[in-house]
Design a protein around this ligand. Structure first.
Ligand code: PLP
Length: 371
């Protein structure tokens, strides 16, 4: 079986260093808010070229805390609107609704799967306070038009960078493009911890300060609570693991690009639509770190079963859009045909830093024989 993602093999590459770091944390007797978190935060900020990075418990919390901090700052209020792509992972939406803000779903571009920036302006109302862009599947969602729109309407841009650490737009890393960004280090992400964790990056010192307090019970000084915060801290042991894996993230992403290029040049079947990199014809490079390699096909279940029968594991990202989830019945009547089409036709092929050349060749061969 060619696994969709072999986490064991990915972490085996760094097992020696990871085990040594775990031993050091165990022996240190210090497990939260210590030197390893500080060091990882400094290295992540430097990697993304932002002034601040704050380690938190997971990617959902990273996004929740950014919005919560804007509410504490009086920049957003209950009922305000946040524009968000309709085809994102549920966490982007939960972060908004958990703060009693309203998600305004905007359709993605059918080819890039990313938020269609040309459709944002029509969705802006006097209540709009932010645009949450999601660098979906690892592809940067950004443009000068987006920057101009945010300036024109005085909107914050929040990056959901859970899937795209290391991607670059016009010389700048994701996580440094917007006003603030949320990262996930869920084990299956390009930079994966060995458990849950996440981070926020920003150049805004006031925001960083509040997020740091909010993530620690709303407290800056022990037993003094300035805000109604959360407990959302990054563990020392996960920070130690992440600091090791951060050294290799460019190498990991490079391998993913190589795999993607093999698929892009090798797969040739009229039943399959390959992913497109948007901005191919613009002056600015739109980078992709291939968190997922997502193809489209008209009869997905047939292809899925065919590949499974040939020993190739594929997954669907995602089978049901947020507005069709039982959790969000209030959005069930929205008409989002492009989002629907994407959710009905996408299939994710195996991609990772440990997939072998032989496995890639087999995937390509088997797909090209599909009819
Ligand atoms: C993984 C993911 C998140 C949430 O991250 P967790 O660490 O699982 O909480 C948010 N947004 C997107 C797009 C994701 O892929």
């Amino acid at each position: 079986m060619i696994k969709f993602l072999d986490l064991q093999a990915i972490n085996q590459q760094y097992a020696h260093e990871l085990k040594q770091a775990a031993a050091e944390v165990i022996d240190s007797g210090w497990y939260l808010l210590g030197g390893r978190v500080k060091q990882f935060e400094a290295n992540l900020a430097s990697y993304c070229d932002t002034k601040h990075a704050i380690g938190v418990a997971n990617g959902l919390d990273a996004l929740r805390l950014i919005l919560k901090a804007y509410i504490e700052l009086g920049i957003m209020n209950e009922g305000d609107e946040v524009i968000v792509p309709a085809n994102t992972y549920i966490a982007s939406i939960l972060a908004i609704t958990d703060n009693r803000l309203k998600p305004v779903f905007v359709e993605p571009d059918i080819n890039s799967f990313n938020l269609d920036i040309t459709k944002i302006e029509k969705a802006i109302t006097p209540k709009t306070k932010a645009i949450m862009v999601v660098h979906l599947y690892g592809q940067v969602c950004w443009s000068f038009d987006l920057e101009n729109l945010a300036k024109k309407y005085n909107l914050k841009i929040i990056e959901d960078n859970a899937q795209a650490i290391g991607a670059i737009w016009n010389g700048k890393k994701t996580g440094s493009l917007g006003d603030a960004a949320g990262f996930s280090f869920y084990p299956g992400k390009n930079l994966g911890a060995l458990g849950d964790s996440g981070a926020v990056t920003t150049n805004d010192e006031t925001l960083a300060d509040i997020i740091r307090a909010l993530a620690n019970y709303g407290s800056r000084i022990k037993y003094q609570n300035e805000f109604q915060g959360l407990n959302s801290r990054l563990d020392e042991i996960q920070a130690a693991f992440l600091d090791i894996k951060l050294k290799y993230i460019d190498q990991e992403n490079q391998k993913r690009r190589w795999v993607a290029n093999q698929y892009l040049s090798g797969i040739n079947n009229r039943e399959i639509q390959l992913p497109k990199i948007s901005g191919d014809n613009s002056l600015v490079t739109v980078d992709h770190v291939w968190h997922l390699f997502v193809i489209k096909t008209s009869n997905r279940s047939k292809l899925h079963e065919y590949l499974n029968g040939k020993g190739i594991q594929t997954l669907i990202h995602y089978p049901i859009p947020p507005n069709k989830q039982n959790a969000y019945k209030e959005f069930a009547n929205l008409e989002l045909p492009i989002t629907d089409e994407i959710h009905e036709s996408v299939l994710s092929l195996p991609i990772s830093s440990v997939i072998t050349k032989d496995e890639i060749v087999k995937v390509i061969e088997v797909i090209n024989q599909y009819a």
